[in-house]
Design a protein around this ligand. Structure first.
Ligand code: CA
Length: 364
């Protein structure tokens, strides 16, 4: 037995197939190792070539293909190539394609509970999301939620805490939110509405022009890395922080249940490990990209970096808690996820205060 493992290990290390050529397609090797090959399609919510989010999807496809030595090849399709951006969930669910990459909060309206697995305003940051999902029961709840849809979800990318956004109006008090026309999607938009503002949903392609022409007063996008690449610093003066609306948005990879079940265990492991590697890789990319881009803004006289006033943050947080409590009261599935999420949040906050936050406060 030992010798066989050794030989197999050598072959694998050398990138060689343990089986003959005739056995390499849709067949089992004589010694029982599976050499069946799989060709999967992955649809995404991202336009072609989108840096950051789109790159994460491409990385996932490439890493699975490479790590499996081509036994599982994943071909990526940008939004609109096979299905529109917001039909990724349905396409993978009904088995039209094997795999998808996007964000769970896009399923709002169809599956409101899914928003907890991307971002909740004033919710968990990236480090906490990973703690909750991988070790705090979050991923089990996510898998359970997607089960009836024939989907297996994986955390697969995180931008880290975002920025509050670009404003052409100063926010000095609660009154300044009144009538504020801002591009801010999802629950963050609902929070703004309760505070007297007007949330607007715009496709990415229209954000810059709308801000520049004054069609909107403000927009949130991601953080310095993506915002500067988008040119938003040329369309607005005030750059507000923090991004209370998306404190640690997690992207998702979803796999069709039958496609998943058809994989041998080693390919399942490759998919799982590739997704986890992309999840941490994207966070590292954004940590670096945001720090570098922010430093580049420091000398720009046309940009003023500002913190939201405390009374504004408190008001917004109050509305966010109200909205989430209403969601939980309306749906037992949301109530269960919310209970787990908020218990985790409470414990994590205590720890973060005396660890990351206390440590950062020691820096000049
Ligand atoms: Ca955002």
């Amino acid at each position: 037995m030992k010798r066989r493992y050794f030989v197999g290990g050598l072959a694998a290390a050398a990138g060689l197939s343990a089986c003959g050529k005739s056995a390499s397609t849709n067949a089992e090797c004589a010694d029982g190792g599976s050499q069946e090959t799989f060709e999967w399609s992955m649809v995404t919510s991202w336009p072609p070539g989108l840096p950051g989010l789109g790159a994460a999807a491409q990385n996932l496809a490439d890493r699975i293909t490479r790590a499996s030595g081509g036994r599982l090849t994943v071909k990526l399709y940008a939004a609109g190539e096979l299905v529109p951006a917001f039909e990724v969930f349905d396409a993978v669910s009904r088995g039209a394609v094997e795999m998808g990459h996007g964000a769970a909060y896009y399923h709002k309206g169809k599956l409101d509970a899914a928003q907890f697995f991307t971002a909740i305003p004033f919710g968990l940051n990236a480090q906490e999301m990973n703690g909750w999902l991988y070790y705090g029961g979050g991923l089990e709840l996510w898998r359970e939620l997607y089960e009836p849809f024939n989907l297996v979800p994986f955390p697969c990318g995180n931008t880290g805490v975002q920025m509050g956004g670009w404003f052409n109006r100063e926010i000095n008090s609660i009154e300044d939110l009144e009538g504020l026309k801002m591009r801010i999607p999802g629950l963050g938009g609902e929070v703004l509405r309760r505070a007297g503002g007007t949330p607007v949903t715009l496709p990415g392609s229209e954000v810059f022009t709308s801000l520049q022409t004054g069609a909107i007063d403000a927009t949130e996008w991601v953080g310095p890395y993506n915002d500067v690449a988008f040119g938003l610093h040329r369309a607005a003066k005030y750059y507000y922080y923090p991004g209370w609306q998306e404190p640690g948005p997690t992207l998702e990879a979803i796999v069709n249940r039958e496609a998943w079940d058809s994989l041998p265990d080693d390919l399942k492991a490759i998919v799982e490990i590739a997704a986890q590697s992309v999840n941490s890789d994207m966070l590292a990319e954004f940590a670096h990209g945001n720090a570098t881009a922010l430093a580049g803004l420091a000398d720009n006289p046309d940009v003023e970096l500002r913190a939201f006033p405390e009374e504004v943050v408190e008001l917004l947080r109050g509305y966010a808690e109200e909205i989430v409590a209403e969601m939980a009261a309306s749906d037992p599935a949301i109530a269960r996820i919310h209970a787990s999420f908020s218990a985790y949040s409470e414990a994590a906050t205590q720890w973060q205060r005396i660890s990351e936050q206390a440590y950062l406060d020691t820096r000049p």
